[in-house]
Structures are given as C-alpha cells and as structure tokens.
Design a binder for this molecule. Sequence first.
Ligand SMILES: Cc1cc2nc3c(=O)[nH]c(=O)nc-3n(C[C@H](O)[C@H](O)[C@H](O)COP(=O)(O)O)c2cc1C
Length: 359
Amino acid sequence: MGMKAVVLSIVAALAASSSVGSETIKLPAPDGDSGVTVTQALKARHSERAFADKELSPELLSGVLWAANGFNRPDKRTNATGLNKQEISVYAIMKSGAYRYDAKGNALVKVCDEDLRPAVAGHQSFAATAPVSLLIAADVSDSIYTGARSSLSNYDAGIVSGNIYLYCAANGLATVCRRSMDNDALKKALNLPDTTMLHLNHPIGYPSGGKGTTVGASSAKAERNREAMRLFEKCINTNDLELGRKLISDKAAFDTPVSPTPLYGAEGYLSVVTLMRKSFPDVQWKLVDMVAEEKTVAVQWECSGTFNGDEPFAGLQPNGRRFSTTVMNFYTFDDDGKIFKDVAATGIAGILKGIGAIK
Ligand SMILES: Cc1cc2nc3c(=O)[nH]c(=O)nc-3n(C[C@H](O)[C@H](O)[C@H](O)COP(=O)(O)O)c2cc1C
C-alpha cells in the first residue's frame, strides 16, 4: 500500500468511526416575513399530499422549524404547551438522516444516518416523497403526564401542527398533518425511550403543482391582492390619499389625461379621481368581479356618475346626464403587495381616439 493509499484509508476509517450526532447543521436565520397576513394564511391553509422533487431551501426549513417549536421570547416558544412544560421536540427526517431541532442553537443535530422517511410514511407512500418530514415528539417522563393529564402532550402536539400548517400556507409550501407512521421503527432508529411519544408528523415540500393541488403562496398572495383591490375600491371612491399610499407603489407610473407625462404613485393615480370629481361629483367605481393571481389582478369595474360638476369633460359642458359603463383593468403587484402597474382596457374610446374623433 503506497503512502497516499494509507492516508486515504485512515481518513476513511476516521469518517466511518465519527459518531452519529456529531454532525450539526447550523441553520440560517428563519426566513423573514412572507408578507402574507394571518387571515390570508388561514384562508390558504389546507392539506396537500403531493410534493415537488426539490429540496427545501435552508431558510424555509429554518423558518418552519422556528414556527413549529422555536423560541419567540428568551425562554418561551412560538407554540404553547400545557403548564409551560415545553415537552415537545421536533425532528427533521430527511434523505441525509434524522436530525433533532435545537431551537436555542438554531441548528439541526444529527441523531441517525438513515433515511427514515419511509418509516414516517408508513402505509401512505406519498409522504416519503417529501424532502423533509417534521416529526412531533413529546417527552412525557414527567409524573404530571398521568391520570387526567395523560393526554396533555397530544394537545400540545396539535398546536405545533397548526403552526406548521400556517407557516406553510404563508410560504407556499405543501404539507399535511399525519397521525399514521411506523412508530416502533422510528422510536428504535431514533433511540427514543418509552417515555417519548411520537404524536404527529408533517411531510413538507414545494407543491408539485399536479392534479388537485393549489399552490399555497400563490393562493395566499392572490388573497392578499384581492384584499388590496377591495381596499383600492374604497380608496378611489373616497379619494383617500393616505390609503392610496399604502396600496400604490411610489414607483408606479400612470398615464393620465391631466398630464402629458406619467404621474407617479398614489398622488398620480388619485389626480385622475380628483379630475373626474370636478365634472362628475358623484363618480363611483363598483368592483363587479375580479380574477386574482400572485402578481396580477384583473378587475371588472362598473363606473357611474352624473355630469353635473363645475368642469367640462372631453370638451363638453356639464349637462346633468348620468352615465354607467364597464371598465376593465389589469393591475400588477410588486413584491411588497403594492400596485405598480395598471393597464386599462380603452375599448371603443381607444378606437375613437385613434382615428381622431375624440382627444
Ligand atoms: C390529528 C390529525 C391526524 C391526521 N392524520 C392523517 C394521516 O394519517 N394521513 C393523512 O393523509 N391525513 C391526515 N390528516 C389530515 C386530515 O385528513 C385533513 O386535515 C382533513 O382531511 C381536512 O383537510 P384540510 O386539512 O385540507 O382541511 C390528519 C389530520 C389531523 C388533524
């Protein structure tokens, strides 16, 4: 054996002898705010059982672990526990092995080299296709977990599951809460004592986008945009600049009849409302219908008003006549959930303008 081979065999022997548990994965800071409100996440929450063949990003993995069982105060957690026992542990079961979540250290500590996802899946093979399953375990060695309190940790596990569901809904991840799993195999592989109960597991991954699935983040973001449009309806009907600033990006450029160059932000947009009100003091936009997606919302408006204001409109003097017309707009939203582009359907007016019949 040459010198090089000797060195290699020593390295290999050392690697093989390194004990399980010595491998710690330091997690990045939990992923920041997804911009989705709790209400939107609640509307988007659902069980999903098909996962894309893609590893979870470390930020999202860190985020969902923190949501499940992390610390949000120096000594207390995102999840409530009966009598503040904090008896819940979360394990991340992945292809590369099984890891215990060290919430204080924001790390994953390896406890098993095996891929235990099939044991988590049990008879439901779909669960093994998720890149990670979170296993919710409870240490019930404390004597309080007897008699009337014997099921206390079951409730605590349910709260952790709720946190996972909401985090996934807000971040576009697919997940499902599961009671079924191969308990005995998991306890053996994880070297857990009888006083540890395995309550629930959550396969988690990006949605496969396949049949019957909805994409969580899109549905949550679509819901956010839908809500923004409802507020936008209020904003244009009340000419509320403060509300407008919350809904419209400062960078949004709008082509308006009041200026040859685009006007920007809420001020620019609402200058059209101000202009309309001078000729049609009672002008209103009713949101009739909308189709909302993650980035774009299409709205059908019913716009109506009475031409009895002080200012002429399109060269005509106010004549007291009332109009009601359908208007269509496409709004594009930026990452902060603000409108930054608005394309309006000009319809017949576009033709008339094009041929010089109207200005
Ligand atoms: C305690 C509990 C245990 C569950 N166990 C399983 C399970 O073993 N397998 C599974 O596919 N779904 C399981 N589910 C998911 C439910 O079937 C699911 O929540 C239900 O069908 C409602 O659908 P939704 O979550 O989309 O509202 C479980 C849910 C809970 C709360």
